[in-house]
Design a protein. Structure first.
Length: 202
């Protein structure tokens, strides 16, 4: 009886040991054969690129250059006496040598005389020597003078005129009677007489 009990105990212990060993082997097998998944690399967070649209520059509007006033010849005719403030010229009517403050433009009696540039009629006068004279003030300090006109020109003091407007008609002047019908045309700049030809041609 005792022998059988000892055998039974021995068999039981052996079975327990075998089960223990089998459990360890199985655990190692499972661990060694466990599927190892590759590490998943995280994708870098992409920062959106902001593309700035070019700002359209406003076109630069240049201010137009100041326009020179329109200047025209006051009369179509022949210049018979030129401007001369430094050299004396012989005056056939007066019979002497003197300076000449403007241009003498010969034309037919009654030919229309035009204002050389836009401005305001400053005065209309009658002179015994120079005949009827019209004076016009312009921008920039210019003043033009039209002498040897017929009486009663078709304008009045204070009237606004424009380049090419008719301001009178060719007549004669006692101081230059030997020249016949003509226009005596003079120009000043800031009170100083200048060559009318240069004014017209500027």
């Amino acid at each position: 009886m005792k022998k059988n009990l000892v055998k039974l105990i021995a068999i039981t212990l052996a079975a327990v040991m075998l089960l223990s060993i089998a459990g360890v082997v199985a655990e190692r097998y499972i661990v060694s054969n466990t599927l190892r998944l590759p590490a998943v690399k995280s994708r870098p967070v992409e920062t959106p690129v902001v593309v700035e649209e070019p700002v359209a520059e406003e076109p630069v509007v240049e201010e137009p250059a100041e326009l020179l006033p329109q200047v025209v010849s006051p009369l179509d005719g022949t210049t018979v006496t030129v401007f001369s403030m430094n050299e004396l010229l012989y005056d056939e009517t007066m019979g002497d040598w003197r300076t000449h403050e403007g241009l003498d433009i010969q034309a037919a009696d009654g030919d229309a005389v035009k204002t050389a540039a836009g401005g305001t009629i400053q005065s209309v006068t009658k002179d015994e020597l120079m005949g009827t004279t019209v004076t016009i003030a312009h921008s920039g300090g210019y003043v033009t003078y039209y002498s040897s006109l017929r009486s009663d020109p078709p304008i009045s003091e204070g009237q606004q005129v424009y380049a090419g407007d008719i301001i009178g008609y060719v007549g004669t002047a006692a101081a230059e009677s030997d020249m016949g019908p003509h226009l005596h045309f003079a120009v000043s700049k800031d009170g100083t007489l200048i060559d009318p030809q240069e004014y017209v041609e500027k």
